[in-house]
Design a protein around this ligand. Structure first.
Ligand SMILES: NC(=O)c1ccc[n+]([C@@H]2O[C@H](COP(=O)([O-])OP(=O)(O)OC[C@H]3O[C@@H](n4cnc5c(N)ncnc54)[C@H](O)[C@@H]3O)[C@@H](O)[C@H]2O)c1
Length: 318
């Protein structure tokens, strides 16, 4: 059974999913009013304002949906109490902190799963499948666009608020640690809070990636583009029916032109993508990992890779 901690904006979505999966048994928030509201929705769950009480309970797993600066400490306490942990993104703010959590989880054979929602999106799974099946040929570059007008935040910059999603996807698609990760941005509204950030990453294999993150933009974009040597693919989360588009386009060397490069444009096709709720798939995955199905260590290490790259980008932005 599962306890959900932090029940303001995002936590109730997690509580709903675990309840629907028949696994919700505890609810926890420091705020009595939020706790009451959640308890009214899930009357069979035990409600408490004490995190320690959840840790002392029979729950197997703890789901942490509290503010980012609290993630590391709460996750550490939960692992030390012998609980499996699903912690919202990013699971820690420093590479040293996530390394400690990964080691603790491995040592105790516990799940440490970061809540990188997009990794469970069927559209992103499709991109990964296209890459892994070799359909796109050698991947040359990947870039993400996450732009909109608003919400203007004061507590987190665009890299931390928007970029963590795309970073988790890029690192999962390429399955490599970047050797270089730099970011540049500007703070036009609140001093010290970057509202526009451009990131560049280079990987040991030679692949490169880019992220454009902004809440000061005329376009609402949630897009990830993968350019392969044989084909190109785009995941567009703003599209309802065309979540993924595959372009049979590539550079092409025709024998009769004596090695001169040309471009080749073939069919464009739209694979069918499941409409399953990514959060339901994420919660299901957590329960499977808790039950012993899947590679716990890889899931934790993938989360650490995101925090490491985030630290490199944050340092260069500063
Ligand atoms: N995956 C996604 O798409 C997605 C979307 C939104 C938010 N999030 C993540 O979810 C987390 C929560 O986001 P939010 O917007 O709901 O945050 P929030 O700040 O609005 O709410 C956090 C809640 O946690 C409670 N809390 C804080 N410390 C606590 C403690 N020690 N014990 C018990 N309760 C405690 C607070 O009282 C509050 O109700 C963040 O990490 C955020 O990054 C993820």
């Amino acid at each position: 059974m599962i306890g959900v901690v932090g029940l303001n904006y995002w936590g109730p979505n997690l509580a709903r999913n675990f309840a629907e999966l028949g696994a919700l048994s505890w609810l926890c928030d420091l705020d009595e009013a939020r706790l009451e509201k959640a308890k009214a929705r899930h009357p069979s769950a035990t409600a408490t304002t004490s995190f320690a009480e959840v840790l002392a309970s029979e729950v197997e797993g703890v789901v942490i949906a509290t503010p980012v600066p609290t993630h590391y400490e709460l996750a550490r306490q939960a692992l030390e109490a012998g609980k499996h942990v699903l912690v919202e993104k990013p699971p820690a703010m420093k590479a040293a902190e996530i390394d400690e959590l990964v080691a603790l989880a491995a040592d105790r054979d516990l799940v440490l799963m970061p809540g990188h929602l997009l990794l469970y999106h069927p559209g992103v799974r499709k991109l990964k499948q296209l890459i892994d099946d070799g359909e796109l040929g050698e991947v040359l570059c990947v870039y993400g666009n996450r732009q909109n007008l608003g919400i203007v935040r004061t507590n987190e910059n665009a890299l931390w608020s928007l970029g963590v999603h795309d970073l988790s996807v890029i690192l999962q698609l390429l399955d490599e640690d970047p050797e270089l990760a730099t970011a540049q941005g500007s703070s036009s509204i609140h001093p010290g809070v970057e509202d526009v950030v451009f990131c560049f990453l280079r990987f040991p294999s030679g692949k490169i990636a880019h992220m454009h993150l902004s809440w000061l933009d005329p376009h609402k974009m949630r897009k990830m583009t993968v350019v392969g040597r044989d084909k190109m693919a785009v995941f567009d989360d703003m599209e309802l029916e065309r979540k993924v588009t595959v372009y049979d386009k590539s550079p092409w060397k025709r024998a009769e032109t004596y090695g001169e490069w040309q471009t080749r444009s073939g069919d464009i096709y739209i694979p069918k993508i499941s409409t399953a709720e990514p959060l339901r798939l994420e919660c299901t995955r957590f329960l499977e990992l808790v039950a012993g199905d899947g590679d716990r260590i890889k899931v934790a290490q993938d989360g650490a890779r995101v925090v490491r790259a985030l630290e490199m980008l944050t340092d260069s932005l500063g």
